[in-house]
Design a protein around this ligand. Structure first.
Ligand SMILES: C[S@@+](CC[C@H](N)C(=O)[O-])C[C@H]1O[C@@H](n2cnc3c(N)ncnc32)[C@H](O)[C@@H]1O
Length: 200
C-alpha cells in the first residue's frame, strides 16, 4: 500500500507527485456541468482537483477497485460536504454498479489502463467504458509510452497509442485526439501519451 501526498490510500503509485494534474485536466476542456469520472482514482487527487480547483458542478464519480481508496474518498466527501461526488468501489472490467448506460460525459483513466492489460481484461475494460460513456462523451486514457524504460510498469503491459486505437476501434469507438508530448520529462522524452475516444 502506498501513501500518497494527500494521505489517501492508493493501490499503486499516485501520479500526483510526478504528473501535472492541470496539464492532464486542461486537455479535457471541462465546462463544469459534465458528468465526470476519475476511473481508477487511487488517492482521488484528480477528482478532488476537479471539484475544488475547477469548481465542477456536475456529478463527479471516483471509482476504484481498492476499498481503502474509496473509504478515504467517502471520508473526504463527508468531511467536506461534497454533494456532487459519488464514490464507487468496483472492478471496472467487471462493470461499475449504479452507473447508467451512456451517462458519463468524460471518463479519465490516468495510469490505469495498463492494469487491464496486466489482468488480461482489455476487452472487458473497453466494453464497460463504452457502456457508460454518453453519445458525445469522451474516454481519455493517459498512460506510459510503450518504451522499455526503468520507470513505470513492465514493458509487456504497456500499449502504444496505435494498439489502443485498434482495440477501441474494434469496440466501436473512434480516436478523436492524441497527445504524445505529455507527462514527465525522462531521458527518452515525454513519458506518457493521452488519447481520447468517442462512440462512432
Ligand atoms: C497507478 S494507480 C493510479 C491512480 C490515479 N489514477 C493516479 O493517477 O494517481 C492505478 C489505480 O487503478 C486502480 N485500478 C487498477 N485496476 C482497476 C480496475 N480493474 N478497476 C478499478 N480500479 C482499478 C488501482 O486500484 C489504483 O488505485
Amino acid at each position: 500500500m502506498m501513501m500518497p501526498e494527500n494521505g489517501h490510500r492508493a493501490h499503486g503509485f499516485s501520479s500526483a507527485i510526478f504528473l501535472d494534474s492541470d496539464e492532464i485536466l486542461k486537455e479535457l476542456d471541462l465546462k463544469g456541468s459534465e458528468v465526470f469520472m476519475d476511473a481508477g482514482c487511487g488517492d482521488g487527487h484528480n477528482a478532488i482537483k476537479v471539484i475544488e480547483d475547477y469548481g465542477h458542478r456536475g456529478t463527479v464519480y471516483a471509482v476504484d477497485i481498492y476499498d481503502a481508496s474509496i473509504e478515504d474518498m467517502e471520508k473526504y466527501k463527508t468531511e467536506n460536504g461534497v454533494e456532487n461526488l459519488i464514490n464507487i468501489e468496483a472492478d471496472i472490467t467487471e462493470g461499475i454498479p449504479g452507473v447508467e448506460d451512456s451517462s458519463v460525459d468524460v471518463v479519465l483513466l490516468v495510469n490505469v489502463f495498463h492494469g487491464f492489460k496486466a489482468s488480461r481484461k482489455l476487452d472487458e475494460g473497453v466494453e464497460e467504458l463504452k457502456r457508460i460513456v454518453s453519445a458525445d462523451g469522451k474516454i481519455a486514457v493517459m498512460d506510459y509510452k510503450a518504451w522499455d524504460v526503468p520507470k513505470g510498469p513492465p514493458t509487456q503491459v504497456r500499449s502504444s497509442p496505435e494498439e489502443l486505437e485498434k482495440l477501441f476501434n474494434a469496440h466501436g469507438l473512434k480516436k478523436i485526439y492524441l497527445n504524445e508530448e505529455i507527462g514527465e520529462d525522462i531521458p527518452q522524452g515525454k513519458s506518457h501519451y493521452l488519447i481520447m475516444f468517442q462512440k462512432e
